[in-house]
Design a protein around this ligand. Structure first.
Ligand code: MRU
Length: 344
């Protein structure tokens, strides 16, 4: 199973809104279709939306007929803006678009046709490098997982949320592959059930033992000694080590603190936003009420009820035991140690 693949001039995405009931694919032929797939969460997860947006931008370039570089640049700046307006929280989206635009803006004299090809090559690179980064996260993170560990995870930070292998699930995969008899507890992750629909499915495909729980069960399990550690992904990590991730992550971190359980965050360097100094500056996406008032299209709340639906929360750095990156494990003080990642 591949999260996404470039095929015959289009981006083929596994439709994550249909999983696990159906394995269907969407074939995006335009940048607008990619933007729609990101907004409607057919593709989701921070690194995956970054890579998809990179292909969207490449497609926008390929479709542009102007042979003049200035008007080509004007066109793809607009495409980049459109793709960047889909989801505000995960920095990987802006990181990937920035990287693509860097290729375009720094292109010297030369044919627009060659620049189009360079942009497509850059999107391929973003995709393949992401898998490599995740394998490195797995290699570092696996050292933190004792044999026999019972591991809690939240949302889906797996192959589906990335170009492949996963971040938090990459750590879990690496621990499993090294022969440690681990067991995973997956929070279902309301409102959109990424834990139940995607994490449980992904782990079962790989024969990694997984038990599904509803979000409100984690505290009980911890109080009974049934969880040894938690590992989650991230949508944006600020310079001081605060972490935005799927709504409910903060509650898991608070519970871990209360029960003296290590709480780890796994993410590639592309998720670290050194331009923001604290989590207070992160824009949290608000999504539609219907995601809360329905489950798989079935109404579960009185019509007209007032709803809040923030898609992410921020876990303050003091609750985080370590951040596992593709460049190594970062421990507090995060302000100093995260900046070291970018200075070497
Ligand atoms: O709203 P989603 O499903 O895109 O949220 C995804 C998460 O919060 C993931 O944990 C995060 O993007 C890390 S994915 C490696």
């Amino acid at each position: 199973m591949k999260t996404m693949e470039w095929r015959d001039g289009g981006l083929v995405l596994i439709d994550q809104t249909r999983l696990p009931l159906e394995i269907t694919y969407v074939n995006c032929r335009t940048a607008g279709e990619v933007a729609d797939a990101i907004k409607t969460m057919k593709v989701r997860g921070a690194p995956a939306i970054g890579a998809a947006a990179a292909y969207g931008l490449a497609m926008g370039g390929l479709k542009c007929e102007s042979p003049d570089k200035e008007s080509f640049l004007r066109h793809i700046r607009e495409v980049s803006h459109m793709l960047g307006s889909t989801r505000p929280t995960a920095v990987n989206l802006f990181w990937a678009l920035g990287r693509m635009m860097g290729v375009a803006e720094n292109y010297g004299p030369g044919e627009v046709a060659n620049l189009k090809e360079l942009l497509l090559q850059e999107a391929h690179k973003i995709l393949s490098e992401d898998i490599e980064m995740n394998k490195n996260i797995g290699k570092f993170g696996e050292q933190l997982i004792p044999s026999g560990a019972k591991i809690l995870t939240h949302c889906n930070a797996g192959a589906l949320a990335t170009a492949g292998y996963g971040t938090a699930l990459g750590v879990i995969r690496a621990a499993h592959d090294s022969g440690k008899a681990i067991e995973v507890f997956a929070d279902e992750t309301r409102p959109l059930l990424q834990g139940a629909r995607l994490t449980a499915w992904e782990l079962m495909q790989d024969n990694i033992p997984v038990t599904l729980i509803t979000d409100n069960m984690a505290g009980y399990l911890m109080s009974r000694g049934l969880i040894d550690l938690a590992v989650v992904g991230a949508d944006r990590i600020t310079g001081n080590g605060d972490v935005a991730n799927k709504i409910g992550t903060y509650s898991v971190a608070v519970l871990c603190k209360e029960h003296n359980i290590p709480f780890y965050v796994a993410a590639p360097a592309s998720t670290i936003d050194m331009n923001l100094s604290s989590g207070d500056e992160i824009v949290i996406e608000e999504r539609e009420a219907v995601e809360v008032t329905t489950v798989f299209g079935q109404e579960v709340a009185p019509r007209g009820v007032k709803v809040l639906n923030p898609a992410f929360d921020v876990t303050p750095n003091r609750l985080i035991t370590a951040i596992i990156t593709d460049r190594g494990i970062v421990r507090p003080p995060y302000k100093d140690n995260l900046s070291k990642l970018f200075s070497s």
